[in-house]
Every structure is written in C-alpha cells, then in structure tokens.
Design a binder for this molecule. Structure first.
Ligand code: HEM
Length: 429
C-alpha cells in the first residue's frame, strides 16, 4: 500500500508535504504503481514541452473515455493533433469576442436572483453559471430549452462520473449496480439530445456563431474532410466537462479569498466602479480590468483547479540524477509549485498586485494553471475572459461574506474543490 492511504486522504496536501521534505524529484510508493513527483519548473517544462513526445497522458484520463470517447482530453498522438487543429478555430479571438456577451448576460441573470443577507452556496451558484455559459456558447443562444435539457442531463452524468474514475471501475462498470445503470441511462439521454442537435444543425448548414457550428464547419487542411457526428459529440462533451467545473471552482475560491482580504477587495471594487461606472462589462473592457484579471490569476495560483497533472513515461527518462523508469507515472502539481517560496515571496499571501508587473527572474513553469505544450488547455483564453467578466459583473453588485462558522477546506479530486461547498452571504454594494 505504501503511502496510498495518506495520499488518498488529501493528495494535494500530501504532495506539498513530500515536496518540502524531499525536494524536486520524489518516488512515491503508491500500491502497485510507480509514481514520481516532479516539482522543479524547468523539469516540468521539459516533460510538458521539450520532451513531450516521451510521455502520454495517465490512466485517469484514459478511463474518462467511457464518457468522452476520443475527444481532445482523452485522445493521443496523430488523432489528438488532428482534432486539436479542427477544434482550435472555435477559440480564435474574434470567436471569443462573440461569447463575451453570453457570459456577462448570464452573470447578470444570476446576480439578479440573489437577495441581500440570504446565504447561498457559492460553489453551486458558480457551477450553475458556468454550466449555463458553456451550454450557451456551445449550443447557441437560440436553443435555450435544449441547453437546459443538456445542462440537467450533464449534471447527472458528471455526478456519476466519479464512480467511473474509481479504482477497479473497469469491473464496476460491467456490474448491474444502480449507480452504473443511472450513469448509462443519463449518458444515453445526453447522447440522444446531442445527436439530435447535430443532425438539425447539419441540415440547416449555417454558422450560428457558437462552438457547435465551428465543430461542424471544421475541415482538415489535408483534405480528409471534417468530423463525423461521433467525433463532434465527443468534442462537444469534452468541452462541456473540461469547460465548466474548473472555472466554477476558481470563481468560488475568488469570492472566498476576496472576503478574507479586504484591501484587495477594495482595490477590486474601485477598479470596477471606475472602468464600468455601473454598466455591464463587455469584451472590450477587458484590457482595462487589469486588477480583476490579477485577482483571477492570483486565485489560480493559490487554488489551481487542475491541481495535479499526470503523464506516463514511454521510455526511461532522467530527471537530474534520478532515472524514471518507462511506464512510471510522473505527477506535477501546480498547487505545490505555486506555493513554493523559491518562486513566490510570501507564497501563502493573496496579493493580486504581483501580477500587475512581470517578474523576469521567475521560471515560466513556476506558474502553470493551464498546463503546457501540445496538451495545454485549449480553453485558456476562454477561461481568462470568462473569469474576469463574471467577476466584474457580480462584483459590481455584490460583496460576499463567509457565513460565520462555515468551515473551509480543499477537496482535491479531479479538480480542487472547496470541501464543504462555500456558504456565503451576499451584501448589496
Ligand atoms: C480556470 C479554468 C481552467 C483551468 C484551470 C484549466 C486547466 C487545464 C489544464 C491544466 C489542462 C491540461 C491537462 C494536462 O495537460 O493533462 C487543460 C486541458 C483542457 N482544457 Fe482546460 N482549464 C480551464 C478551463 C477550460 C475551459 C473553459 C475549456 C473549454 C471551454 C477547457 C477545455 C480544455 C480541453 C478541451 C483540454 C484538453 C486539451 C488537449 O489535451 O488538447 N478548459 N485544462
């Protein structure tokens, strides 16, 4: 068993402890797996970028194929490169500008539902918001009922998804367990809706400005045509899954951190009032919302939703004087590296100003909330824009206070979630 029990209890905290105690390359005896923690930014850059061909993704994502098929997150090699080329245009700058309005509008709807002094679970609220946004940007503004339908089927599938990612799930999946049956039913319902939308959109043949249109219109430069319906389905679901929970976690941590740091909160509010003067933020305001963006950046430093990034070595691979044997899993953790005093002064202090100027002495991979190399997050720019616009739209109207007595802890599973949700009390500004 090795250190498995301790690792499972709180993997992010465990890795942090191990890294501080043993340094930048640590062998972790975790059951039958050979796992190496790698924590130096230069070694991380080499694994994610320079020598990326010597690695593939690790098992957890391979398991995600049950739901995501051969989408961007789960595919490898040649197929991944082709899909990446086909999906990339959906995230071009002019496309993103079009999504900005949907983001601000959804935030405005949510902020109008809150009532002064009535506690809310901010994690749930942020999940609803980012799910609605990804549904809207993916499946367009004119299909609201379907977006809701997909939203609810998705929530069900994702809730059950954790079961599928558990150890021994290959066996679990074949048993007639209620959770497995529910998962399969929800997945079927989801597939039916998505395939219907694809068929309708193919029949119309026009570009409605959303991600689905881009996926359907994408054509390979090499002339091998576009994507099949099944590929479009896999990519759409992948974007749904990858594109909502990460951002919702990050936003939840933002509201918590602001509530604990009144000076940063005041500077944030001052910027919103100065730049927006009461109107909803738009894509064009982004260059002026530097402090809001820095609040988001600093939150991604302290609470990176993708807290651990894994790779499997395809051949023996040296890191410093340690030889990592082929087939071992290499684990890198933005959570641990971002809290390393070698790269960030007062690493546990929330200080958004550190992002207002570059620090040329800091190695590039001392901060990597979106990964790096060929597998870098395709939604990175989407996420920066969404994070900043949602913060601005909500922060204009509300200040959130932590509910007295609410316990705050981290829960590092697929993403880094607040362990007990985040009960907060909105105060009208
Ligand atoms: C704060 C928000 C987000 C964070 C922290 C985040 C983080 C990451 C990270 C670290 C990876 C790389 C994982 C690895 O190398 O193993 C990744 C991949 C990915 N992300 Fe994000 N992400 C965020 C938002 C989004 C959004 C909004 C979308 C889509 C709308 C998205 C779609 C994807 C996809 C499709 C991949 C797989 C890319 C590939 O392998 O080619 N992410 N994300």
């Amino acid at each position: 068993m090795g250190v498995l029990p301790e690792f499972r209890k709180d993997p992010a905290a465990f890795l942090e402890k191990v890294a501080r105690q043993y340094g930048d390359v640590v062998y972790l005896p975790l059951g039958r797996q050979h796992i190496y923690y790698v924590g130096h930014p230069d070694a991380i850059r080499d694994i994610l970028v320079t020598h990326q061909n010597k690695f593939k993704k690790s098992r957890m994502l391979e398991r995600a194929r049950v739901l995501l098929g051969d989408g961007l997150l789960t595919s490898e090699g040649q197929h991944h490169r082709r899909q990446r080329r086909l999906v990339q245009p959906a995230f071009h700058r002019d496309r993103l500008a079009g999504y900005g309005a949907a983001m601000a509008d959804r935030a405005a709807i949510l902020r109008d539902q809150w009532k002064s002094e009535q506690p809310i679970d901010v994690l749930q609220e942020m999940m609803r918001l980012t799910l609605a946004i990804v549904a809207k940007t993916l499946f367009s503004t004119d299909v609201d009922p379907e977006a809701d339908e997909i939203g609810s089927a998705l929530t069900q599938v994702f809730d059950l998804f954790e079961v599928i990612l558990m150890p021994f799930s290959e066996i679990l999946e074949k048993l007639p367990l209620p959770a497995v049956r529910r998962f399969k039913r929800a997945r079927k319902r989801l597939d039916e809706t998505i395939y219907r939308l694809i068929a309708e959109r193919r029949a119309r043949g026009d570009d409605t400005g959303d991600l689905l249109s881009m996926l359907l219109l994408a054509q390979d430069e090499e002339g091998s045509g576009g994507m099949t319906d099944e590929q479009v389905r896999d990519e759409a679901l992948t974007l749904f899954l990858a594109g909502h929970e990460t951002t919702a976690d990050a936003l939840t941590w933002v509201w918590y951190l602001l509530s604990q740091n009144p000076e940063a909160e005041a500077a944030f509010h001052a910027e919103l009032d100065r730049v927006l003067a009461g109107r909803l933020p738009t894509f064009d305001d982004l260059p002026q919302l530097r402090f809001a963006e820095s609040v988001f950046a600093e939150t991604l430093r302290l609470y990176p939703p993708a807290w651990g990034i894994g790779r499997r070595a395809l051949e023996d691979y040296p890191v410093g004087d340690v030889l990592i044997p082929a087939r071992s899993v290499v684990l890198m953790s933005p959570y641990v590296v971002h809290r390393d005093p070698r790269w960030f002064g007062d690493p546990l202090v929330f200080r958004p100003e550190r992002w207002l100027a570059d620090d040329p002495a800091r190695p590039k991979f001392a901060y990597f909330p979106f990964g790096g190399g060929a597998r870098v997050c395709i939604g990175e720019r989407f996420a920066w824009m969404e994070g900043t616009l949602l913060l601005a739209a909500i922060g204009q109207r509300w200040r959130l206070r932590l509910e007295p007595g609410h316990r705050v802890g981290t829960h590092a599973r697929i993403t880094l979630r607040p362990k007990h949700g985040m009960r907060m009390i909105p105060e009208r500004r």
